[in-house]
Design a protein around this ligand. Structure first.
Ligand SMILES: [Zn+2]
Length: 182
């Protein structure tokens, strides 16, 4: 950190403390050349993430909304709240690491599915059933067979899709049908 008085690039930290309600770290520094003191603030770079929905509407990524959807889909699957919170944290962290801060609802749903699969196959199938709007038992069977055949690789579903947006339960607020991508 360059000294604001003499532009020397080395300083020593005299004190670090949390600031702005934990959103930043305030550091009191002393220049190693001129010995004058200055203050720096370190913050996590936060860039809003935009979710592009299937109807091309855009909205801000909302962590609590995604968590609510995942929790609802994973009821009675044996997964505990902290696992689902971690999953959503991982999804969000991955989004923050992307160069482009936009994600389609389809990508978001697939990202959740990929992580759910490692946690619980029951939860995975249940979330997939909501997310991909499976129609009846046939689709469940197809999905289960694909899981068996492909091991860790999930197969794709080539069902035709109704063009209109179906009314969706809260669980699928973000995650729209996958099959329209084909
Ligand atoms: Zn200096």
């Amino acid at each position: 950190m360059q000294c604001p008085f003499c532009q020397h690039t080395d300083s020593r930290v005299l004190e670090s403390r949390s600031a702005e309600a934990g959103q930043s770290v305030r550091r009191r520094r002393e220049c190693l050349q001129c010995n004058r003191r200055f203050t720096t603030y370190e913050r996590i770079e936060f860039v809003p993430i935009i979710v592009i929905k299937r109807n091309q509407d855009r909205e801000l990524f909302d962590r609590s909304k995604l968590l609510k959807g995942v929790v609802t889909a994973c009821e009675k699957t044996g997964l505990i709240a902290v696992q689902l919170e971690t999953l959503v944290d991982d999804v969000e962290a991955e989004l923050q690491q992307r160069a482009v801060k936009e994600v389609t609802s389809t990508e978001l749903g697939e990202s959740v599915l990929t992580k759910l699969k490692t946690l619980s196959e029951v939860a995975y199938v249940r979330f997939a059933s909501v997310y991909r709007q499976f129609r009846g038992i046939r689709d469940f069977v197809d999905e289960l067979n694909q899981m068996k055949e492909s091991g860790s690789d999930r197969g794709h579903n080539n069902r035709s899709e109704h063009p209109e947006e179906p009314s969706m339960p809260p669980t699928t607020a973000y995650v729209a049908s996958h099959s329209s991508q084909h």
